[in-house]
Design a protein around this ligand. Structure first.
Ligand code: ATP
Length: 367
C-alpha cells in the first residue's frame, strides 16, 4: 500500500464466481475516484476445472501473488463432479486459509432493508450479528490427514491450540469493541462450543475467558452449540459477536446466512495477522452459472469488508468511509425497492444489482 493505492489479488474462480467478482470490481471502481483510492487488480486463475485440466487447482505463482497482495478478493471455486482421487474437493480457498494463516473467518449476518427474511417476528429486522469461525484448526486440522483403518474405522482429529485461540479471541473482542462504539452500546462476545463434552473445546473456552479479562468493557459469554442452533431461530437479534470452532462455524454460518435472505446476501472475510481474503459465503452455483442472474450482493459486501479491513490496517479513513458507503448503498438499493435480485423472487440480474448499488453511492452517515 502506498498513498491509498492497493494491490489486490483477484481470484474470480469458476461458476458464478467471475460474474459476482466482476460486479464487485465495478463497485470498487466507482468508489475509487470518490475517495482518492486506487486498486490495482492482479488476476489469478484457479479452481476445479483448472485442477481437471492441469492437475493443479492453483499454481505456486498464484499463491505467491496472494502472499504479496494487500488483500485477496475471491469469487468461488469448486465443481460437483470434479474430485481428487480420495473423493475430496480441490479447494484453493482452504489452501489459502492454511498457507496464509487466515484464522478468523468473519461471517456477518445483517438484515438488509427490503430483503425478505424467513423469520416473521418484527424483531427480525434487527438481526446484526457476526459469526467468527476459527478457520485453520478445529476439526479441519484433520483435512488431508484423516485415516481409514481396514475399512472398519475412520478417524479425523480435532486440534485447538492456545496460540490460535488467543489471537482469535483478541480479534473478536477488538471487533466487538469497534461494533459497540459504532452502535453506541455495550458489546458482547459469545463463545459457542461443546465444552461440557470435549477436552479440546473446554480448553478453547478456558483460553477465551482468560483473554476476555483484558477487555472488561466487553461482555464475554458462553453458549452450547446445540442451544445456539435453537436460539438463532428463536431470537437471533440478541447475538452480537459469536466465536466458534471451525466445523461448528461452517455449519452455523449457513444458518445465519439463511436468517438474512440466503447465500446471495452473506459476505465473508478470512483474516490473519498479515493477510486477508474476502469472498461471498456461497459457492460456484453451477445451476445458475453463465446466465447473468447471480446475486452479487454477498460479493459486493465482501468487497466492503475488504475496504474496512484495509482501512483499519493501514490507517486509511478513505477506505473505511468507502466501505460504509458501499454498505449504505446496498441498503438503499434494496430498501427503496429499486432492485430485487432473482434469488428473492425478483428479475434483476447481476449487472442490474451492481448498477443500482453504484447509483446510490453517497457519503454515509454510518462511519
Ligand atoms: P459450496 O459447497 O461450494 O459452498 P454449495 O453446494 O453450498 O457450494 P452454492 O453454490 O453455495 O452451493 O449455492 C447453492 C444454491 O444457492 C445454488 O445452486 C444457487 O441456486 C443458489 N445460490 C447461491 N449463490 C447464489 C447467488 N449469489 N445468487 C443467486 N443464487 C445463488
Amino acid at each position: 500500500m502506498r498513498n491509498n493505492a492497493f494491490h489486490i489479488a483477484a481470484m474470480p474462480g469458476e461458476g458464478i464466481g467471475p460474474e459476482v467478482v466482476e460486479a464487485a470490481v465495478s463497485v470498487l471502481g466507482a468508489v475509487e475516484a470518490r475517495h482518492g483510492l486506487k486498486f490495482d487488480f492482479e488476476y489469478v486463475s484457479g479452481g476445479a476445472h483448472q485442477y481437471k485440466e492441469t492437475g493443479v487447482a492453483m499454481t505456486e505463482d498464484g499463491f505467491k501473488v496472494a502472499d504479496v497482495a494487500d488483500a485477496i478478493l475471491f469469487g468461488a471455486m469448486g465443481w460437483p463432479e470434479i474430485r481428487r482421487p480420495d473423493g475430496t474437493e480441490p479447494a484453493p480457498q482452504l489452501d489459502l486459509r492454511f498457507r496464509l494463516g487466515l484464522y478468523a473467518g468473519l461471517r456477518p449476518a445483517r438484515a438488509i432493508p427490503g430483503v425478505p427474511l424467513p423469520l416473521k417476528s418484527p424483531r427480525a429486522k434487527d438481526i446484526d450479528l457476526v459469526l467468527v469461525r476459527e478457520s485453520i484448526e478445529g476439526l479441519f486440522a484433520s483435512r488431508n490427514k484423516g485415516v481409514l483403518e481396514n475399512d472398519t474405522v475412520a478417524r479425523d482429529t480435532m486440534v485447538i491450540t492456545r496460540d490460535v485461540t488467543e489471537r482469535l479471541s483478541r480479534f473478536c473482542f477488538s471487533l466487538a469493541g469497534r461494533r459497540a462504539a459504532l452502535r453506541q452500546r455495550r458489546g458482547t462476545v459469545t463463545i459457542i462450543d461443546k465444552s461440557n463434552v470435549f477436552v479440546s473445546l473446554a480448553f478453547m473456552r478456558k483460553v477465551f475467558f482468560e483473554v476476555s479479562k483484558n477487555y472488561p468493557e466487553i461482555d464475554a459469554r458462553q453458549h452450547s452449540v446445540d442451544a445456539t442452533a435453537l436460539d438463532l431461530i428463536r431470537h437471533p437479534w440478541d447475538f452480537d459477536v459469536m466465536v466458534t470452532e471451525n466445523m461448528f462455524g461452517d455449519i452455523l454460518s449457513d444458518l445465519t446466512a439463511g436468517l438474512v435472505g440466503g447465500m446471495g446476501f452473506a459476505p465473508s472475510g478470512d483474516i490473519g495477522d498479515e493477510h486477508a481474503l474476502f469472498q461471498p459465503c456461497h459457492g460456484t452455483a453451477p445451476d445458475i452459472a453463465g446466465q447473468g442472474i447471480a446475486n452479487p450482493t454477498a460479493t459486493i459486501l465482501s468487497a466492503a469488508l475488504m475496504l474496512d479491513w484495509l482501512g483499519v490496517r493501514h490507517g486509511s479513513q478513505a477506505c473505511v468511509e468507502a466501505a460504509a458507503e458501499i454498505e449504505a448503498a446496498v441498503d438503499s438499493a434494496f430498501g427503496s425497492g429499486a432492485v430485487r435480485s432473482t434469488d428473492i423472487g425478483g428479475k434483476d440480474g447481476t449487472g442490474a444489482v451492481a448498477r443500482a448499488v453504484i447509483e446510490r453511492l453517497q457519503p454515509s452517515r454510518r462511519v
